[in-house]
Design a protein around this ligand. Structure first.
Ligand code: ZN
Length: 183
């Protein structure tokens, strides 16, 4: 069982992929309404309504992360995630599951002291940090089926996953097949 919330994971990966060069208009998070929709879809606690300033901060985090994962050193990447983690720290508490078994449950208190955007970006940094510690940086990949650049975690046993989805894999192989036949 995952020791942290699946909703956090799916939210984080959907968020970092809201810039998508697959589309003619790559910005998929272009309005506050879309931002609200994304929060609600993943049932993220949001007692406060997001503002356009929050949206700008989220865009900037996403773009910076996408850039760092391609170009930064491991230390620079850690530093970036740590800055966001420290703004709204995640708390862990021990929970008893079944006889003699325990797990850590991660949570972020609803406190009023953190801004919405600090809470959200701390959750994203926590998830990305968890994935990096568990699987290593080489497993955080970008889809190899251009123009898709979707980022995903390769959770496969052999670590050979190259595409974000079955659809992209099919598209890639069809294209390759056609190129070979036309030569
Ligand atoms: Zn893809």
């Amino acid at each position: 069982m995952e020791a942290y919330n699946d909703a956090w994971f799916s939210f984080t990966f959907e968020l970092i992929n809201t810039y998508d060069p697959y589309y003619e208009e790559p910005e998929r998070l272009g309005s506050l309404a879309l931002f609200m929709e994304l929060l609600n879809k993943h049932v993220l606690p949001s007692a406060k309504l997001p503002t356009s300033k929050d949206l700008i901060a989220v865009h900037s985090y996403r773009d910076k992360f996408r850039d760092l994962i391609r170009t930064a050193t491991d230390e620079e990447l850690s530093l970036f995630l740590n800055i966001h983690l420290s703004r709204a720290p995640i708390q862990s508490s021990l929970s008893a599951t079944t006889y003699g078994q325990f797990m850590y449950v991660y949570d972020q208190p609803d406190g009023t002291e953190h801004s919405l955007v600090d809470s959200i970006l701390s959750i994203c940094s926590f998830v990305l940090g968890m994935e990096l510690t568990k699987y290593g940086r080489s497993r955080l990949k970008a889809c190899a089926s251009a123009p898709c650049e979707e980022m995903f975690m390769d959770h496969s046993k052999n670590g050979l996953q190259r595409f974000c989805s079955k659809r992209c894999s099919t598209r890639y192989h069809v294209k390759k097949h056609r190129q070979q036949n036309s030569q």
